[in-house]
Design a protein around this ligand. Structure first.
Ligand code: PMP
Length: 438
């Protein structure tokens, strides 16, 4: 165990590392909601593989068998040029059947960042193809996480993602996120949606309505701290964008495939997107894969007569990844895990109710099988308290893994987590938080 950790320290770079440089945990196996590190310590994974996924749980034999079978038959053939592979075709058809009506054209990537990158290009190409080449601007939001490549990284609203790497992608503007708990502080406004809509309209006018290609947003913001918009937010944003001919891209990398209790989260929020980007839960992490879903008229602009989309990755539509995704969807459907995410949400609500009594808990936000618990110095001032120490204590004292995003502790467990395991997670969390002042 120790040796692997030392080797890791010597050779591996960890993005987003928090805490001491020596804090390294080399995971070696897992089953359901449990994972084991190289020292044999067993952890309860309430984070979804540390990254909002692992929907079907760790160590699923069905997924392992699908990967093995595919590797033995055809591990790789290009999804470029005129080539395709059977698993990519079957998965595209399957996704078209699950997606919101009309979004039945699919472009495969290797993950979320490449999906967002593709969506940005697709939006620009769509307008270009329709004779509006000046529509190049993309609007995103502060506190959004969209990825780490140049375009997706520029759209990401975390200052740290931009520090020290020079000029960003041009023509990306950012607006404020919906953050009901902090609306009064952030916008000083009694009508948060009204404020956000005015700001969006002003931003569009400043750029010029004929120069904006698309707005991108997560239906519920994940990395921002499980930020749930007011119910009127997306319908009003959608209407405003439509009135200016601007596309809407839903980044469902976190939310799709059950996380919030639906196959896709955007329809239930009145978002009605033109393009949806997915990744993570599509394979539950068993292989890298992203899928960008779009309407036929957008696809026609990049894959129809006279159109072109000179874009793609060697591993787009990788047979192993697509085989893993198909097996993953079989398990999600067969075990009703999307519905189960709602059940888990109910358990989280029940167990987290007692967080109400804690001065350090400012806000609790639960959407299906994900919860954000925002820490504050005290409830009156709502001064944010960084949650890293809580995450470390949960891991070291209770062997429970959760993630922290600024002041927010995030639970995003596998959808197979049991009732007792949820109770154990929340009990540990409340124990650590209630002792913060000791
Ligand atoms: N969008 C969202 C909402 C995400 O949470 C992430 C990853 N955390 C991404 C995009 C980027 O996906 P990937 O890391 O697979 O490139």
């Amino acid at each position: 165990g120790r040796e692997l950790e030392d080797l890791d320290g010597r050779h591996l770079i960890h993005p987003h590392q928090s805490g001491a440089q020596s804090d390294r945990f080399v995971m070696v196996s897992g089953e359901g909601s449990l994972v084991r590190d190289a020292n044999g310590v067993e952890y309860l994974d309430a984070s979804g593989g540390g990254n909002w996924l692992a929907q079907v749980g760790h160590g699923r034999p069905e997924l392992a068998a699908a990967l093995t079978e595919q590797a033995g038959r055809l591990a790789y053939f290009s999804c470029f040029f005129n080539f395709s592979n059977d698993k990519a075709v079957l998965l595209a058809e399957r996704l078209a059947g699950l997606a919101p009506a009309g979004l039945d054209r699919v472009f495969f990537t290797c993950g979320g960042s490449e999906g967002v990158e593709s969506a940005i290009k697709l939006a620009r190409l769509y307008h270009h193809h329709r004779g509006e080449p000046d529509r190049t601007w993309i609007i995103s939001r502060d506190l959004a996480y969209h990825g780490a490549t140049y375009g997706s990284g520029t759209a990401t609203g975390f200052p740290l993602m931009h520090r020290g790497i020079g000029p960003s992608l041009p023509h990306v503007a950012r607006v404020s996120p919906p953050y009901p708990y902090r609306a009064a502080q952030m916008y000083g406004d009694a009508d948060p949606t009204g404020f956000l809509l005015r700001e969006l309209e002003e931003t569009i006018q400043r750029i010029g309505p004929g120069r904006v290609a698309a707005m991108i947003g997560e239906p519920v913001m994940g990395g921002g701290g499980v930020l749930v918009p007011p119910p009127d937010y997306w319908p009003r944003v959608r209407d405003l964008l439509t009135s200016h001919g601007i596309l809407l891209i839903a980044d469902e990398v976190v939310t799709a495939f059950g996380r919030t209790g639906a196959w896709f989260d955007s329809p239930g929020r009145g978002m009605d997107p033109d393009i949806i980007v997915t990744a993570k839960g599509l394979t539950s992490g068993y292989a890298p894969l992203g899928a960008v879903l779009m309407r036929a008229d957008i696809a026609a602009a990049v894959a129809g007569d006279g159109a072109y989309f000179f874009h793609g990755h060697t591993y787009s539509g990788h047979p192993l990844s697509c085989a893993a995704a198909l097996a993953n969807l079989d398990v999600l459907e067969g075990e009703d895990l999307v519905e189960r995410a709602r059940t888990i949400g109910g358990w989280l609500r029940e167990d987290l109710a007692s967080a109400d009594g804690l001065e350090r808990v400012g806000d609790v936000r639960i959407e299906g099988a994900t919860a954000g618990v925002e820490l504050v110095a005290d409830r009156a001032t709502r001064t944010p308290v960084m949650a890293g120490a809580v995450t470390a204590a949960l891991r070291d004292r209770h062997q429970v893994i959760v993630r922290d995003y600024g002041p927010t502790i995030v639970l995003s467990p596998p959808l197979v987590i049991g009732r007792e395991q949820v109770r154990r997670t929340v009990r540990a969390l409340l124990d650590v938080v209630s002792r913060l002042d000791e």
